[in-house]
Design a binder for this molecule. Structure first.
Ligand code: 5GP
Length: 191
């Protein structure tokens, strides 16, 4: 998505070879018009998949996910809990955070998923694929189907994309970064 690439080049900061900071429009302050276009792009790409729910991971996936309005389905936020909840009302799985290096329990109430659900999973970044794979585990544990994965910014030089491709998921990333270095942001050349 050209507009997103331009925004990343203009306002993003590569802190080092692995971390991109986009606090000005996605992770801290949010650009609503850009989020609307991102949501539309996801909705258009996945519109014929019979999606019944959009899932995202708190907190930076929420803005792009809620903007997939055209799909006209509920959006569910997978919560990051500090510790296990010991009751039968939730699904939980441990995920290691890419940016913080700590882990959390990704949590989903059983009320908001059904085995017939076809789910579009949306997140802000794809790096090692830990968060996305955590979401997939919860969806699959409930017996539901992951019908697509939408990523705002994929760092294609990290292993997450390959892991999801190898499992046969349809991953649609709106910006694909091939290289980061201090002050350098390069994108994958799209054919
Ligand atoms: P993964 O689980 O794929 O290793 O990392 C994805 C998660 O880590 C995303 O949900 C995002 O919150 C965070 N993340 C990974 N890489 C970056 C990055 O370069 N910049 C920012 N701001 N967040 C990132």
């Amino acid at each position: 998505m050209k507009e997103l690439q331009e925004k990343i080049l203009k306002e993003g900061t590569a802190l080092n070879e692995t971390v991109l900071k986009v606090d000005g429009f996605l992770n801290h302050q949010v650009d609503p018009l850009l989020m609307q276009k991102i949501g539309e792009e996801f909705a258009n790409y996945f519109e014929d998949r019979g999606i019944t729910k959009v899932f995202t991971i708190e907190s930076s996936g929420i803005a792009p996910a809620v903007m997939a309005i055209k799909l006209d389905v509920p959006m569910v936020i997978l919560k990051k809990q500090q510790s296990k909840i010991l009751n039968g009302e939730v699904y939980q799985t441990k995920v290691t955070s890419f940016t913080k290096g700590t882990s959390y329990e990704l949590t989903l109430s059983k009320k908001y998923i059904d085995k017939d659900d076809k789910i579009l999973l949306i997140d802000d970044f794809l790096a090692n694929g830990e968060a996305a794979q955590g979401g997939i585990r919860l969806i699959e544990e409930a017996g539901a189907t992951v019908s697509g994965i939408g990523i705002v910014i994929e760092k294609s030089f990290q292993p997450g994309r390959k892991k999801l491709d190898d499992r046969g998921f349809d991953v649609y990333s709106l910006a694909r970064i091939s290289r980061l270095a201090e002050g350098v942001i390069e994108f994958v050349e799209e054919a």
